[in-house]
Design a binder for this molecule. Structure first.
Ligand SMILES: Cc1ncc(COP(=O)(O)O)c(C=O)c1O
Length: 381
């Protein structure tokens, strides 16, 4: 298996060739309800007409220009993003891991310190810096990058013990995604922010997976009452077009000098058109309210025998089973439902489009029940 041909991830036994809204088709014509959104990306669903229109219009107008010159659509996308998230400044990049790299670099620059505190079971990406703060994979490429201290997610005492005058930043996902959609105890993030302030360390909230409306809020950190120094976004930021962002306060931005950071493709016109269109669609179609509603349907219809716990946060949920999740996901695929797994072998991860209809969630509940009990349930969904 080569690292270079994108086969690093386990592949599904199907070849997907088209999609529309919450539906996908494979090359044999079989349809699937998409409860995974390609690793939690497509909150808008597939092929949204307004999104297609925005990208194609931009391709005709100006298909590419780097940050060597200003481009109206880049200014507009950055303005839309900072307005939507209530942050000061946005630096546009290409992927979640690149956003994390930028965030770590900024924190070291802004504080003049080197140590990063990260969370056990967190995930921040596969590039060297991001791997360095991802305990689960850090050892894969020794010597691992960076001086990192790992603490238990949700444990304030553990965090307090790890903070000293060497710590540049604490990085965490406000809700841990790949760990299986794990929420911290109430009030935790605000206490983390207070501990960071007391220690002179920055707070980096990695919202690559949980941000951009998926949980029913533009940013989870803001919904938890916290204005982080740096926030990373990716995945759903441009409705499936490759794009990501590092959001930051003016104070952090002020520490960066020209020439200290850059990217060729980050902030490319078509990505910016996609970011702008994504925000417009989320707002015009009340997708955050719809995501919230989807979470309620997931809690209602997926609570079937064999499900131990459901942790829904909008159109995003960890479903912990009393049995290993991978065979269940495979059986659901055979029944026409594409669901994700997680870092927890017993947990399925769902990330459907915000506008997933209730009857489809109900059908998934029936299929899940059928798979978990080994029975066929009769009757229409
Ligand atoms: C929280 C979080 N941060 C960073 C990343 C890395 O993003 P990308 O795969 O776009 O590099 C991911 C990807 O799953 C993620 O979930």
């Amino acid at each position: 298996m080569s690292l270079l041909d994108n086969l690093g991830n386990a592949k599904l036994p199907i070849t997907l060739c088209s999609g529309e809204g919450p539906l996908l088709w494979d090359t044999s014509g079989q349809t699937y309800w998409d409860f995974y959104g390609g690793h939690a990306v497509t909150l808008l669903g597939h092929g949204h007409p307004r999104w297609i229109q925005a990208i194609t219009a931009q391709a005709r107008q100006l298909s590419f220009c780097t940050t060597i010159a200003d481009v109206p659509v880049r200014t507009e996308a950055a303005a839309a993003l900072t307005r939507f998230t209530g942050t000061d400044r946005a630096f546009l990049v290409n992927s979640g891991a690149e956003a994390v790299e930028g965030a770590l670099k900024l924190a070291r620059k802004a504080t003049g310190r080197k140590v990063i505190v990260a969370m056990q079971n967190g995930f921040h990406g596969r590039t060297m810096g991001a791997l360095g703060v991802t305990e689960r994979y850090r050892g894969q490429h020794n010597p691992a990058h960076g001086d990192t201290r790992f603490v238990a997610f949700g444990d304030l005492e553990d965090l307090a013990k790890s903070l000293d005058a060497d710590v540049a930043a604490v990085i965490l996902e406000p809700i841990q995604g790949i760990a299986g959609v794990r929420l911290p105890p109430a009030g935790y993030l605000a206490q983390v922010a207070a501990l960071c302030t007391a220690a002179g360390a920055l707070l980096i909230c990695d919202e690559v997976q949980c941000g951009m409306g998926r949980t029913g809020a533009p940013l989870v950190s803001r919904a938890m009452g916290v204005a982080a120094d740096i926030v990373t976004l990716g995945k759903g930021i441009a409705g499936g077009f490759p794009a990501a962002a590092v959001l930051m306060t003016e104070a952090v931005a002020a520490t960066v000098r020209p020439g200290e950071h850059g990217t060729t493709f980050g902030g490319a016109p078509m990505a910016c058109a996609a970011i702008k269109a994504t925000i417009e669609i989320i707002e015009a179609e009340s997708l955050m309210a719809q995501a919230h509603q989807a979470g309620q349907w997931i809690e209602r219809w997926l609570a079937v025998p064999g499900v131990v716990e459901i942790r829904a946060a909008g159109a995003w949920a960890g479903i912990t089973l009393d049995t290993p999740a991978r065979p269940v996901a495979a059986a659901l695929l055979q029944r026409g439902f594409l669901v994700g797994t997680s870092g927890d072998p017993h947990t399925l991860r769902l990330a459907p489009p915000a506008a997933i209809p209730e009857y489809v969630v109900r059908m998934l509940g029936r299929a899940l029940s059928e798979v978990l009990t080994g029975q066929t349930i009769s009757g229409a969904a």
